[in-house]
Design a protein around this ligand. Structure first.
Ligand code: TMP
Length: 235
């Protein structure tokens, strides 16, 4: 049973339930970019992100990666294990794009020999600054063991998702993950895996099927969400 709202983020709300170990995530159509500077609505996004995230979480569970997923409740709502979020945004990249291209002055679309991982400090006031493991340890954001496990999970998630999306004719360019801690200290994958948090390029045409269409005012935003959702749903 849904109880009081615990938290409202930019794209989701979190509610308490009768069970203190569980909460309900509710996905909104609200979209932001550049740390909330750009605001808009993407009609139907909440449904796509909720259902797609749940499909990805179940696929990853099958492959041995523990997640917070418990049960899809409706189009927009999902029951999840209550976690305390590790305040790290974990970004895995297979191909140059976005802030990587900007920071290092390389064009978008160059495949890497090996995937990369990087961390940002999840802190809106500071604009989610990039940090390394030493910084994360200095700030007590996680322990050495936790960071090493998170990195290991992140690359395993990449292996699973990269292969999966290729079967749908989609290149997984990069994505952002967040992890949470259960009361017993277990680290699990949390948050979402959606066109908001991944870059998806059509393998044949290179067409963007993700939130970059919103970030960059490219148009066809809703169509892109519909298209990627159609492909994951058909599989
Ligand atoms: P970036 O190239 O802008 O650093 O983004 C890398 C990936 O992380 C991309 O797939 C989009 C995702 N992302 C988020 O999920 N949330 C964010 O706040 C940002 C900046 C990126």
């Amino acid at each position: 049973m849904k109880q009081e709202q615990l938290y409202e983020g930019k794209a989701k709300k979190v509610f308490a339930t009768d069970d203190p170990t569980l909460c309900i995530v509710s996905y909104k159509d609200d979209a932001t970019a550049f740390n909330g500077l750009k605001k808009g609505t993407i009609a139907g996004k909440g449904v796509v992100n909720n259902r797609m995230t749940n499909m990805m979480m179940q696929l990853l569970e099958k492959k041995g990666i523990p997640t917070h997923f418990v049960k899809e409740l409706s189009d927009r709502e999902t029951l999840v294990k209550k976690v305390s979020i590790v305040p790290l945004e974990v970004i895995v990249r297979n191909v140059s794009a976005g802030s990587f291209s900007k920071r290092y002055g390389v064009e978008e679309g160059i495949p890497f020999d090996e995937p990369t991982v990087e961390f940002s400090y999840k802190n809106d006031e500071l604009g989610d600054p990039l940090l390394n493991t030493y910084h994360a340890l200095a700030l007590h954001l996680a322990t050495k063991e936790e960071i090493s496990l998170i990195e290991d999970y992140a690359f395993r998630v990449n292996d699973v998702l990269k292969e999966y999306f290729l079967t749908l004719g989609v290149k997984l360019i990069d994505f952002k993950l967040e992890f949470g801690k259960l009361p017993d200290g277990t680290i699990v994958l949390a948050d979402e895996i959606s066109p908001d948090t991944c870059r998806f390029w059509d393998a044949k045409t290179g067409e963007k099927l993700d939130k970059d269409r919103f970030r960059r005012d490219m148009g066809g935003v809703e169509d892109a969400y519909r298209e990627i959702f159609k492909r994951v749903s058909a599989n």
